[in-house]
Design a protein around this ligand. Sequence first.
Ligand code: ATP
Ligand code: MG
Length: 462
Amino acid sequence: MHISIPDYIHSVLATLRDAGHEAYIVGGCVRDAILNRRPADWDVTTSARPEEVQRLFRRTLPTGIEHGTVTVMEGKNAVEVTTYRIDGVYEDARHPKEVTFTSSLTEDLRRRDFTINAMAWHPEKGLQDPFEGRKDLERKLVRAVGNPKERFTEDALRVMRAFRFAAQLDFAVEEETCAAAKELAPNLKHISAERIRDELQKLICSPHPEMVRELYRAGITALILPEFDRCMETPQNNPHHCMNVGEHILATMCAIRADVLLRWTMLLHDIAKPDTRTTDDQGTDHFYRHPEVGAETARKILRRMKLDNRTIKRACTLIRWHDMHLGNHAPVEEQIRKGMHAVGREDFPLLFEVVAADDAAKSPRIAEEKKEALRRMREAWVSVCARGDAVQISELAVSGAELISAGIAEGPLIGEVLTAMLEQVLKKPELNTRETLTNPSRLKQFLNTAQARMKKKDGGEG
Ligand code: ATP
Ligand code: MG
């Protein structure tokens, strides 16, 4: 078996070999190379002790030296070089209390999580595969190295990693490994929210986001995302739908491109349906206000999962607007402008992707109708953009500074006047000229609206 490795990796292996040490590429890069996938990074494992690695290379960083990892800089490339090690007793289902260095490659491979991640390779020595990872690659199985219960007891994050690798590689989790994962999933409570989030995010951004179903079956979502379990148990007896809420969510994730923001958005877009479900006299289910409630629920979930504020804000806005179906009560372009105002010019086109994915997972009977509605939305959006209609206060023909210098308004009233102006402009874009907006009778209306709102706010606060 041959693996093509970059020159800088050859050079790291050679330096270690020439100094009399063993050195192999190991883990994810070997797995990915055998599968003809592009490895994310190349990790090296060696019999050399960390101090020796630091001595042998000109530029190194002690990135994880207590666990035996030294980062070697080869030009612009960073290579993690880790000394063969055995992990000591695990504390709290998380970290080994101590690690011991060893001179045996097999011992180092034994501490790794799955057989497919426990292979090493060297240009001259070839593949080292004591746990038959290659066979499992062929069988498309994620199998724990050794006793799965012990391995998941040592480190509960491996429970998530098993399903994450299965989703990324289109593998199954081997039976005994799966049973142990299910049994030991409760230990995930010892794992930090960030580490769980990273694994869940990799899983939902993989080619198989529907693997979340396996997390549900294994009792993992019950621990990390119980809101999803309720979705799996909420039917949708409604002509628009043909699946329960959870299955619909899975189908929408599969129907959208593998983008972090979009996949989180789809995972949570209908999360409030269990809470907003009502059934009418005919037995039809309704989910009134689920986008509004869902945006709030999603915010709580994403905060709990420690996503960054920007992603949280963008996902919640898309969730709030995901149901933007064009009713007959207002002209399409007006609704588009309002949507663009709420979602923002940059993110607004994402809403088309969200709506298309949502529709793709609805009843096939209404598919054509939905496609037509989406086509009309896009068309209206193109016209609104082409005309350059204002959708933000900054795009009004009148600025706050002008209102001040003309002595029309000051302080917080300025914002309220501009908001009142924009509301009218969103309805009728042709109003957006200085003459029209500052026409005395119109201006009076804007001022009245603005003052009334200020009063209401003051009253509300007081
Ligand atoms: P990715 O493509 O996500 O980087 P990877 O297999 O390289 O996949 P890493 O998290 O980068 O995964 O870890 C590198 C290697 O270290 C793994 O292949 C595995 O051998 C080992 N490893 C990582 N995390 C664990 C863990 N929690 N328990 C046991 N071994 C682990
Ligand atoms: Mg890696």
